[in-house]
Ligand binder design. Sequence first.
Ligand SMILES: [Fe+2]
Ligand SMILES: [Fe+2]
Length: 330
Amino acid sequence: MTSSQTASRITAEIETTFQRDYRVHAPDMRRLYENAKRDQWNAARDIDWNVPVDLGQGIFADELIDGYQSDYWNALDAQQRAALNVEFSCWRLSQLLHGEEGAMLACSQLVDIVPGNDAKFFAATQVVDEARHAEVLSRYLHEKCGGRIYPITFNISKLFDYLLGTGRWFIKTVGLQLIAETFAVSLFRMLAQSAKDPTLREITRRILADEARHMGFSVLSLPDEIRGLNQGDLHELEDFTREALVLVMSGQFPAQAFAAVGFSAADIEGIRRVRRERAAGPDNHMFRKLFRRDMSMQVVGNMGKVGLLNARTSSFLRELGIDPEMRPAA
Ligand SMILES: [Fe+2]
Ligand SMILES: [Fe+2]
């Protein structure tokens, strides 16, 4: 790959607060920081990299693959199905990897921008967490999957362009910790449940434990800030929330993964159509259904906790097919 395909530059105007008030103002945030230090793990040492991965079996559950059980799928033999599974899984893992890298960058900006040291200290731990996630996923793709790292999708790239460009920490936090990480947690949970490979199950389990803390950051840091916003800023934040949700929920079609196993352009278009029809109809695939429900519930729950659930946001949630009355079981 050329460097323009693997690197982009984003201009950001960021105001760094050099905070020299070291008293504890937010004990809950300090507790989250303590948890982060306590729960660190080492991707080099704590994952058994010697366990071989059987790519002949595929990586994730077949039913996650677009077009599963369609005529296109049914025409493949076992070997072709496994090959498609591997490409599809690597495409999915690559997108998560790019998200981890973007999260690391956004958090390093948060260290600068957030005003108080309670939040700065926590954000500093999240930078390390995200570096570890990028390390572990890229190592898996390089060592176990022959280095199949797919380019970032348009949607993820667009979301991070905005997240990394804005100078306002509460917009970064809504975009990253509230929306993108809620999405990633639901996805990792689905992958943890459905992965055929035990190494990957272990990796996703460990990442999930870290991500729960990251979502916690938004729930602790945002309520006071959102309460204090003027109407214009609140509307801007609500509009951004909508845009971010559209970007993460509309997903993208892994055409490159299908091309890698030899599907023609016409077949790939056909599979895309199957995917669209299934998305519009009643979704009969268990993992996807659980994922959507899990994700919607978490988003609505967290929006409620930070004070972003109101008549305006509820109406766009409904437009996006999310029930704003949904609540996670306590
Ligand atoms: Fe992460
Ligand atoms: Fe995270």
